[in-house]
Design a protein. Sequence first.
Length: 478
Amino acid sequence: MTANPVFYGSRRQAIDRALAIYDSGRLLDDLKRRVAFRTESQNAARADVMLAYLTEEIAPTLTRLGFACRIAANPVVERAPFLIAERIEDGALPTVLTYGHGDVVRGYDDQWRAGLDPWRVAVDGDRWYGRGCADNKGQHSVNFAALGAVIEARQGKLGYNVKVIFEMGEEIGSPGLDEICAQEREALASDVFIASDGPRVNADRPTVFLGSRGGVNFDLTVDLREGAHHSGNWGGVLRNPAIVLAHAIASLVDKNGAIAVEGLRPPPISNAVRRALADIELGGDDNAPAIDPDWGEPGLTPTERVIAWNALEVLAFKAGNPDAPVNAIPPVARASCQLRFVVGTDSDNAAEHLTEHFARAGFPQVQVSVARIATATRLDPQDPWVDWILSSMSTSTEKKPALLPNLGGTVPNDVFADTLGLPTLWVPHSYPACAQHAPNEHLLGSVAREALAVMAGIWWDLGQCHRNRELTHRRGSR
C-alpha cells in the first residue's frame, strides 16, 4: 500500500490556474483548433478526420498531462475509433474514469447566421459559435484544461489515478461503446465515473445529473394498398391511411399530451427525486421556448415532466408528397415516433404494448417497428458520491448546484453504470438554449469560465478521496 500522498499548493491556486486558462485565451485557442476538425460522424467520408482528431489533438493533449494513450478499433463501426488512456500514480489509490466524444452532427453550413462558419469559432459577446462548441468539444476541452491546472498546482501528483474512454460515434448512437467497455472492463476499472455532456438547468446554475432518460425510437406504418387513387373518383369509399394513422397516434396520448398507454407510463415519482427537483425551474434562458403549462402529465411541474416522467413524441409524419401534393388518396402513411422514458419503465416490451394497444383501440392496420432502445439510468440521489460532488461544486462557485436525478435527454450512461458498474456523475458545461445539433450552436464564455473553476475544484477534491472508504471501497463490486 502507498503512503498518503503529500500535496503542495492549494485548492485556490488550482482554481486560479484554471481561470487563467480562460483569461489568457488558451481555452479559446484550444477550441478553435478542435472545431476546425470536421468530425461529422454521420458522414463516412470523414473517417480520416475522425481518426486524426484522436491522434493529432486528443492523444497529444493527454500525453502532455502524463497519460499513456492507445487507439482501439471499434468492434462495430470501423470509422468511429476509440481512444483509451490512463494516468496511474499508484494502483492502490482511487481511480476516476472520465469520457468525452469528439464527433459532431452535420455542420449544415449554409443554414448558419450570416457571417458564421460552423468550422471556425466566432466570438460574439458571450457566445462562442461553432459546431461542437457545446457538444462536446467545448466540454471536454474544459475538463482536460482544468485537470492540467490541478496537476500543475500539485506539482505533478494528483493523489489518484485517471482513466479516459473517448469515442467518435456518440452522435450516431455510440456504436461499439458498450462492446469496447466490456472488452476493456479490467483496463477501465475505476471507483467513480465523472464526465461532461448535455446542458445545465440554466446558464447561471452549476448542475450535476446522475443518469439519463432512455429512448425508444419506433416507426408506425399504415400500408393499405398498391398505388395512389384519384380523390375525386374514390374519395369517401377508400380508407385513407393518413387519417387512420392520425387517429391511431392520437390514441397514444390525450389532447394535452399525457400518455394513454399504461405500459408506456413510468412508476410514480419517488420522494427523493421530487426533493431533488423541488427548486429547479425549467427554461428561462435567452432563446429558450415558452413552456406550454397545460401540456403533458397533469399534476406535475414542468421540471418533473421533463426529468422524472415519460414523454411520447411524433418526430416525423408523411403521407403522399407534402412538397408537391396531388389529388390522390395515398396508399401508405408513416410516422417516426419516440418515447423518452425514466428508470422503471417497461421499455423492453414497448413494441408489444403498442401493438396490443392498437388492437384494443381498433387500429389493426398499424404496423409497429422498434428501431432502437437506449436504456434509462439513474444513480441513487442518496449515494455518498452525490453529496461529495455537490459540496465540491458549491465550494468552488458559492452557489447551490442543481441536482438532476437524470438528464431529460439521453447519453450512453448505461455503459458506465451497468456494463462497468460505476457510480455516474455528469457535470454539464452547456445550457439549454445553446442550439445543440442545430445551426448557430454556441458555448457561453461565462459558463466555460465558471466550469473551469468547477472542474478544477472537483479534480482537486478527488485527491482527498483516498481518506474516504465510503466513496472508494466499491471498485468492481457493483
